[in-house]
Design a protein around this ligand. Structure first.
Ligand SMILES: Cc1ncc(COP(=O)(O)O)c(C=O)c1O
Length: 451
């Protein structure tokens, strides 16, 4: 079964659902099928529905940060281009030295790790950091061309793996946590074809967060099988169940870098600081990895030392550097964070507030969370959450139906999840003004789809 046949337009609300024929026409006019649509294509479909039907949707499909940028970053970028006059010269492609120092201090104060500035590398978003790390993992072991993804995850990482001609293996968090997760990863690693393991934690989309014991276990697997852990900390510090945002004071952001040198940690500024548009992030390579000699790299990077290969053979030929001004912008945000100015983390706090309210609205209207606990504990509130509805066992059908009620999301299938019934909802574009709309629309949905 996919969905019950929905009743015609409800009497209680004259406006929801939308005219089925009109929605059907717009959906059919797209050059893709809803079931196979990428996130961007779903975004385009919702743009078209808004345009053609003249109605504003509650947009929960794209993970696009939507809060104003901190004035410290704006001022630092302005000064970089103005007083510093850096716009006409190439930036150092490993990162501006002051940024690297501030990054090392940030990593010390918020992750409790001692990493030299040299090993903190600026990348064009976590996107580039992940790409360069996946590439590195595959080049360190040319005879092992499979990346194990802990799922669900960021759909773009899957594109990166495919584009690099690599294979993707998966283990789903849904039924693998704690010792079971580590065991499943160990078993998969024993097949001998893996070069790396990739995950995001807090996790896009389930918002589960790996704990220190799981990370220690995964580090052990990486050490035993010589795998590169690619730890995507796109949501660093954003597990709001704990205060990870006070510098130099525990608890610290859990990280696999505490347990192994066979890892790259990637810290995005897009969500934590709401600094997505300027495309700057940090890749943290432990010194033991940075200095490691790996003869297999010579052929691809012209260098054996991992740090040199990553920078000179990986990042440099792709983008040469992160633009100067965003490097200075991130420097200002890191320095403020390091000095205890919590205002720079305002986006992280706001997203959690929204998630708390939105999750409640969905639950109150008969939806359930798909990934509904974190090793038996309640999930944190964050950038995403996952939902299903009792009378739908197919996420595409649920999405198709929700679109008639002016609410958009993406299917969990797109994120690599084995839970085909669910959707991922992103809170970033849904603030106070939209909460009453969500309430009204979900109420109409429930009225028309009694469970
Ligand atoms: C898990 C994950 N990694 C990476 C990114 C991209 O981050 P950035 O904007 O720093 O490239 C995202 C953005 O949604 C994400 O969810």
């Amino acid at each position: 079964m996919s969905a019950r046949t929905p009743p015609p337009r409800g009497a209680a609300s004259p406006t929801w659902p939308l005219d089925r024929e009109a929605v059907g026409r717009v959906v059919a006019s797209q050059p893709f099928e809803l079931r196979r649509a990428s996130i961007r294509q779903i975004g385009k479909l919702v743009d078209a529905l808004e345009r053609e039907l003249g109605r504003r949707f509650v947009r929960m499909e794209l993970g696009v940060p939507g809060l104003p940028l901190h004035p410290k970053a704006i001022e630092a970028e302005r000064a970089a281009l103005g007083e510093r006059g850096v716009g006409h010269v190439y930036a150092p492609f490993e990162g501006v030295p002051a940024l690297k120092r501030a990054a090392a201090r940030f990593v010390e104060l918020f992750l409790d790790l001692d990493v030299p500035a040299e090993c903190c590398v600026a990348t064009v978003g976590a996107m580039q950091g992940c790409f360069a790390s996946i590439l590195l993992a595959s080049r360190m072991h040319p005879d092992r061309q499979t990346v194990l993804c802990l799922e669900p995850g960021f759909p773009v990482n899957k594109l990166q793996i495919r584009m690099l001609g690599l294979e993707r293996a998966t283990v789903d968090f849904y039924d693998h946590r704690g010792a079971t997760l580590v065991r499943a990863v160990e078993e998969r690693a024993q097949r001998g074809d893996l070069c790396g393991i990739l995950w995001s934690s807090p996790n896009n989309p389930s918002w589960i967060a790996l704990d220190e014991r799981e990370l220690e276990g995964l580090a052990g697997v990486c050490d035993r099988h010589d795998l590169l852990a690619i730890e995507d900390l796109a949501y660093c510090g954003m597990d709001v169940r704990y205060d990870y945002l006070t510098p130099g004071r525990p608890p610290y952001q859990p990280t696999v870098l505490r347990y192994t040198d066979r890892a790259v940690g990637i810290i995005s500024s897009s969500k934590m600081f709401g600094y997505a548009g300027q495309r700057v992030a940090l890749a943290i390579l432990p010194p033991g990895l940075f200095e490691r000699e790996c003869p297999a790299l010579e052929r691809f990077y012209g260098a054996r030392r991992v740090g040199h290969a990553f920078l000179h053979g990986g990042l440099y030929p792709i983008t040469a550097s992160v633009a100067h001004a965003p490097q200075y912008g991130l420097l200002a945000l890191l320095e403020a964070a390091n000095d205890g100015d919590r205002s720079v983390f305002a986006p992280a706090v706001e997203y959690a507030r929204r998630a708390r309210i939105l999750k409640r609205l969905f639950l109150d209207h008969g939806f359930a969370l798909v990934y509904d606990n974190d090793q038996g504990r309640p999930l944190a509130d964050g950038f995403y959450f996952t939902v299903s509805y009792p009378t739908f066992d197919d996420g595409t059908a649920l999405l198709g139906e929700l679109l008639h009620y002016g609410v958009s999301a993406i299917t969990l299938e797109l994120t690599g999840s084995e839970r085909k019934e669910g959707l991922r909802a992103c809170v970033s574009r849904t603030g106070d003004a939209e909460f009453p709309l969500v309430h009204e629309r979900l109420a109409c949905f429930r009225r028309d789809h009694p469970a």
